[in-house]
Design a protein around this ligand. Structure first.
Ligand SMILES: [Zn+2]
Length: 348
């Protein structure tokens, strides 16, 4: 990554992987790790684990591979697809979206979420409210159920929003869908690369790329139940900003220690320790309470003290998530600083 952070991130963002159907992202992660000379483990749920040091785990870094999406629930006689949502999608953003269906063989089929045009609205009050997800259909251009089935579509076929990519500001801001949490996935891959080249020590470190975070932290619960780690940092994005919830945190001002969110509180000693590492590494961090939660909550419930480092995003969970590149780069420096602080030689 380094200079190629944007390219790496873009590749990850454009690889579809809704919750429970992370296969294509997992293949990419595993391939990258194998290319670096590692032998990552894929567990029974599909989480990817890497223990480069081989010994006991002082620090586990976790990022989730899954993204928001849909599952096809049925096909009507006229070839339209009903669907349900995977993860926290605001119904207001659904009409008019382009989507991609992921077939069993990994090939992709385009679709759109249609909406009755103004010309055909008999009652203009329709425009006063956003349609609910169950009132909408995905249209893949099939005119019958048979035609849709012949395209390889069936109930349980997963789908994601089709991604767009914009470069904003002075080129230092990018907008797309899926930075949550492909940013974390990319940062952990970069940590792995640095460990492989020896510029970061793998001693006492483990890395986990988890599944099904967006539908209830399910992958992380399983990793937490299996791994014997002293501490965990979930590396995820953070919905920014609302003064009542996120205080004075701002995108572009560095990674955020998500000290408290809807399901998790970071122990004070762990906050202090991360702040000390950040200061040693010359990284400015922000503090905030956050909405939602992260994999850190699952690890905490498994009895492992955990923290979450958030990369602030505007418009999280929409198709226009906005990321300051600097925040991602500074988060990487912060994680390197935390790894540097692991006492060396003291590990059994
Ligand atoms: Zn999310």
């Amino acid at each position: 990554m380094g200079g190629n952070i944007i390219e790496d991130l873009k590749r990850l963002v454009f690889t579809p992987g809704p919750s429970g159907f992370e296969d294509l992202v997992r293949e990419l992660v595993v391939k990258r790790l194998e290319d670096l000379g590692f032998s990552p483990k894929v567990d029974e749920l599909g989480n990817v684990l890497l223990l480069p040091g081989g010994g006991s785990v002082e620090l586990l870094l976790a990022a989730h591979m899954d993204e928001l999406g849909f599952v096809i629930t049925g096909i009507s006689d006229d070839g339209l697809l009903s669907f349900r949502k995977l993860g926290g999608i605001d119904d207001r953003i659904l009409p008019g979206q382009h989507v991609m269906l992921i077939l069993d063989d990994g090939s992709l089929v385009d679709g759109v979420i249609g909406l009755t045009p103004p010309h055909l609205q008999l009652d203009r009050s329709e425009q006063d409210r956003a349609p609910r997800w169950y009132e909408l259909k995905i249209d893949v251009g099939a005119s019958s159920r048979e035609e849709a089935e012949a395209m390889g579509i069936r109930p349980l076929t997963p789908a994601v929003f089709k991604k767009h990519w914009s470069t904003l500001g002075q080129g230092n801001i990018v907008a797309s869908r899926g930075f949550d949490d492909r940013v974390g996935v990319a940062l952990l891959l970069e940590i792995a690369r640095k460990i492989s080249e020896g510029s970061v020590s793998g001693e006492g470190v483990a890395l986990a790329w988890t599944v099904q975070e967006e539908v209830g932290l399910r992958g992380a619960f399983y990793v937490g139940s299996k791994i014997n780690a002293s501490t965990v940092i979930a590396v995820d994005t953070m919905a920014c900003c609302h003064p009542a919830i996120t205080g004075s945190a701002k995108p572009g001002r560095g990674p955020i220690i998500r000290a408290l969110d809807n399901q998790h509180i970071t122990p004070r000693w762990l906050v202090k320790s991360i702040v000390q590492s950040a200061s040693n590494a010359g990284v400015k961090v922000q503090f905030a309470s956050a909405g939602g939660t992260t994999d850190a909550a699952a690890f905490q419930r498994a009895g492992i003290p955990s923290a979450a480092v958030g990369i602030p995003l505007k418009y999280t969970h929409t198709t226009a998530e906005m990321l300051h590149i600097r925040d991602a780069l500074e988060a990487l420096k912060l994680l390197e600083g935390v790894i540097d602080s692991i006492p060396k030689g003291a590990i059994a």
